[in-house]
Write a protein that binds this ligand. Structure first.
Ligand SMILES: Nc1ncnc2c1ncn2[C@@H]1O[C@H](COP(=O)(O)OP(=O)(O)OP(=O)(O)O)[C@@H](O)[C@H]1O
Ligand SMILES: [Mg+2]
Length: 486
């Protein structure tokens, strides 16, 4: 029989857990505080612990820390109704199995609990766990509650707990640097320096000496010895931004640093030891640079061991309202003024936009709107013109087949349905009398018939409806003669 321990000071939650999990196969024990929970961990020896984060007395994170000391392999799931990125990262760094945002769906909870119990069983066969790390209170500005961002937070927590090289990928403005800093701030190197170097901003011939230093006379103009960032940053973290722009010569030195932790200054013989953690970022697909032989394959594999991909903003639109509010508050703070609010239709326009420049572009748009808004609230008219009517145009570009990379075999390149829907709403808003569903339906039917040269069987298949339904639509929209005769 598996044993579940719930630590939560709310009686309702205790009742729910007993109801959800209590069965002949599962014994449910409940504790009302972290302190009681710890006693029960020792006494009951549960297979899984689920703990609330916010509790009077010892909070969930501290409870987790103590549980990990008692039994590092006992899976602990934390629950919070106040899903801050801070807590999520902290919890993962402390070795939480996972965390849940309240309110949660019961099937999801059950799935997680059973998976955790299984994982703990598996883990007992392998003896390995990271040493525990001290926590710090860092104010992190990574906003997001969408599923893709939850996954990002988890990975940040895991990366922070390790010293592994990390590669952060994502389009421009998705927050790669922010994430690199988050990993650093939560890592054991957080008391040591963090140096960010933009490989694209430094001339090719200077980057090598910037990173590794040089000896006097190493090249024309090297009038004195120079200490590079790797030496300067000993014990710390080096963030190599735009690593795809690094020259092949510098890449060779980098590879050696990653493989053996050693390097020489340019023009020098002395072998130096580099104790730095490397976090790299790129917005170019490195795989393609490897294919073009502009990026060393061996270096790519070294960097790619742990990859954190930041999805574009259009794939996490649920975060847009949160981000907008966050930026409104941030701007107000900078301006020492009360934050402006945003009208629902203005927010809807922001949500509908394609955002090729991602979070940075959204932040700029909000900034501009704050400046433009005369009153306390931001109205659609205060938004940049491309946001006011831009989503349709932007989506049209996005729906074009991507030139590179080719879609993986078996998966057809698909325009994002959410993008298309957003564009349709933007289109409908321009004409209040437009009936969106019939208008779209008619377009779809007409296009399906054009596509299939009037073949009704194929058109119906394409639309995912029966031929009879298609006929009814043809009648309804009066498009029979127009298209079906080929
Ligand atoms: N999730 C987020 N929450 C709050 N702010 C964010 C978030 N993501 C990005 N930002 C903000 O957006 C801006 C761009 O982020 P950042 O510089 O980290 O992007 P990047 O991916 O490094 O872009 P580039 O490839 O152009 O260098 C910054 O001001 C950052 O603070
Ligand atoms: Mg950047």
């Amino acid at each position: 029989m598996d044993k579940l321990l719930l630590i939560d000071d709310e009686a309702d939650m205790q009742y729910s857990f007993r109801r959800i999990f209590g069965s002949p196969h599962m014994q449910v024990t409940t504790a009302s505080s972290g302190e009681e929970g710890l006693r029960l961990v020792a006494q009951v020896r549960p297979d899984i612990v689920i703990s609330d984060i916010r509790m009077a007395g010892m909070d969930g994170l501290e409870t987790l820390r103590r549980i990990r000391q008692l039994d590092p392999k006992l899976p602990v799931i934390l629950m919070t109704a106040h899903g801050t990125t801070q807590k999520a990262i902290e919890a993962m760094k402390l070795g939480a199995y996972d965390y849940l945002l309240k309110p949660f769906e019961v099937p999801k909870l059950q799935q997680l609990v059973f998976a955790a119990i299984q994982a703990a069983r598996d883990m007992k066969r392998v003896v390995s766990y990271e040493p525990l790390l001290q926590s710090e209170d860092y104010e992190l500005g990574i906003v997001g509650r969408s599923e893709p961002m939850q996954a990002v937070f988890k990975l940040i927590g895991q990366l922070a707990a390790s010293d592994a090289t990390a590669l952060i990928t994502g389009e421009s403005g998705t927050g790669k640097e922010l994430v690199a800093r988050a990993i650093y701030h939560h890592s054991r190197r957080s008391q040591q320096p963090f140096i960010a170097i933009n490989c694209a901003a430094i001339p090719e011939n200077l980057l090598e000496s910037e990173l590794f230093g040089h000896e006097k006379g190493a090249f024309t103009g090297a009038t004195a010895q120079r200490i590079g960032k790797f030496e300067q940053c000993h014990g710390g973290t080096v963030f190599l931004d735009e690593i795809g722009d690094m020259s092949l010569a510098t890449q060779t030195r980098m590879l050696r640093v990653l493989q053996s932790g050693t390097f020489e200054r340019v023009g020098g013989n002395e072998t130096l030891q580099a104790d730095v953690r490397i976090i790299a970022a790129t917005n170019q697909p490195l795989e393609q640079a490897v294919a073009r032989r502009q990026f060393r394959e061996d270096l790519f594999y070294r960097l790619n061991v742990v990859r954190l991909h930041l999805p574009p903003l259009r794939e996490r639109r649920a975060d847009i309202p949160l981000l907008v509010n966050y930026f409104l508050k941030k701007i107000a703070q900078q301006q020492k003024l009360p934050p402006k609010s945003i009208a629902a239709d203005a927010l809807a326009a922001l949500e509908a936009c394609h955002w090729p420049g991602n979070v940075r572009e959204l932040e700029n748009a909000v900034h501009r709107a704050v400046v433009m808004a005369k009153g306390d609230a931001i109205l659609p008219a205060n938004l940049p013109p491309e946001v006011q009517q831009g989503s349709v145009v932007a989506v049209a570009t996005a729906a074009e087949p991507a030139p590179t990379p080719p879609a993986p075999a078996g998966a057809a390149a698909q325009p994002d349905v959410a993008d298309l829907t957003a564009a349709l709403f933007a289109w409908a808003r321009q004409d209040a009398k437009r009936k969106l569903i019939p208008a779209v339906e008619r377009e779809l039917v007409v296009n399906a018939l054009k596509e299939t040269r009037g073949n009704q069987v194929q058109a119906a298949k394409l639309l995912g409806i029966t031929r009879a339904t298609l006929r009814k639509r043809l009648e309804k929209f009066g498009i029979k003669q127009e298209l079906t005769v080929q």
